[in-house]
Design a protein around this ligand. Structure first.
Ligand code: 8YV
Length: 319
């Protein structure tokens, strides 16, 4: 019996799910680039030996790494966003790119609602109030009702739709902005984010990151959202002008914000941390055992499919 050597896979950095690293190591000859003392020197010496790359939406893949892998054929990314991945460089080389759409919609939409409920009702803030021992001395101030309010969704893709589905149980009216009106939805469409923000009590961001959406939420949008309005971001930090948001929150031009993503992760501005009308989570919208396992299975399936049929099973659109 002849033994074909296992394909060599370059893992760009430590992955969010250790079990995925174990599964990869059982199937492939894996080397982690971030474990190398001099990654550039390592690639110069060994780059030609790798046919595959595994990365994540947060880690991404830079063009110079792609250039240092002359025999690269497949990239399998853990996540649905690909704004940190140099798609153009990979496409120019005919490299297949697989990602993990679909399986995280529920958890990201759940997190959007968790942030919306928390920042409106002061869940985390009142938890801090109780822990500080303030309850026996004072009453916690009334907060903002969520049910029945207007929910504005920016980006009516799969995650935006999962957010909209949840609004029904809260008897919320849904409006949305998208590049173009979404087929098959009856929700009210707004041509601009400013118009949507003006209408909405809650603006939930569920758009892709990247140059096309950079600072889509700026001071004008925040002014339109107004002093009773809340901003929820489960998309990408780059979608919001963070300096403008800090200014709007500090001067109460908006009521509050629930943020899972930031412009310079994992660094969160001290000015945001100092505010009580903000709920901050560390980019964990997809971070449940169930969803991370389903994402890991798709990372493995994309590789399995590529190494048996020469095509990934979930290609990034347009590749
Ligand atoms: C993950 C994400 O947290 O899928 C995405 O685009 O940003 C998240 O689901 C990320 O991939 C983990 O690194």
């Amino acid at each position: 019996m002849t033994h074909r050597p296992k394909p060599r896979i370059l893992q760009i950095a430590r992955l969010p799910l250790p079990a995925l690293e174990t599964d990869l190591a059982a199937r492939y000859d894996v080397v982690c680039l971030s474990d190398q003392t001099d990654p550039a020197a390592f690639l110069a010496e060994h780059g030609a030996g790798f046919s595959g790359v595994v990365t994540s939406a947060s880690i991404g893949l830079q063009g110079w790494v792609i250039a240092a892998l002359p025999n690269l054929q497949v990239i399998s990314s853990f996540g649905v966003g690909f704004d940190a991945l140099d798609i153009a460089a990979a496409r120019a080389r005919g490299v297949q790119i697989g990602y993990t759409p679909g399986v995280l919609n529920d958890c990201v939409a759940d997190m959007a609602f968790a942030l919306m409920l928390d920042v409106s009702r002061g869940v985390a803030a009142s938890d801090r109030f109780v822990r500080r021992g303030e309850w026996p001395k004072a009453r916690y101030a009334p907060q903002t009702k969520v049910s029945g309010k207007r929910l504005g969704i920016v980006g009516m893709g799969r995650i935006g739709q999962a957010v909209a589905e949840r609004a029904n149980g809260f008897r919320m009216e849904v409006g949305y902005h998208n590049r173009s009106p979404a087929v098959g939805t009856t929700f009210q469409y707004f041509d601009t984010v400013v118009d949507l923000a003006m209408w909405a009590d809650y603006l939930i961001l569920a758009v892709a990151g990247g140059p096309a959406t950079r600072h889509m939420v700026n001071s004008q949008v925040l002014q339109a959202l107004g002093p009773q309005g809340f901003l929820i971001n489960v998309a990408r930090g780059s979608v919001v002008d963070e300096a403008a948001l800090i200014d709007a929150l500090t001067h109460r031009h908006i009521a509050g914000a629930g943020l899972d993503v930031f412009e310079d992760e994992p660094n969160v501005p001290a000015a945001l941390m100092a505010l009580d009308n903000v709920v901050l989570t560390p980019h964990t919208a997809s971070g449940t055992h169930d969803t991370r396992r389903a994402m890991a299975d798709l990372v493995l399936e994309n590789l399995r499919s590529f190494y048996t049929t020469c095509t990934v099973s979930e290609p990034v659109p347009g590749t």
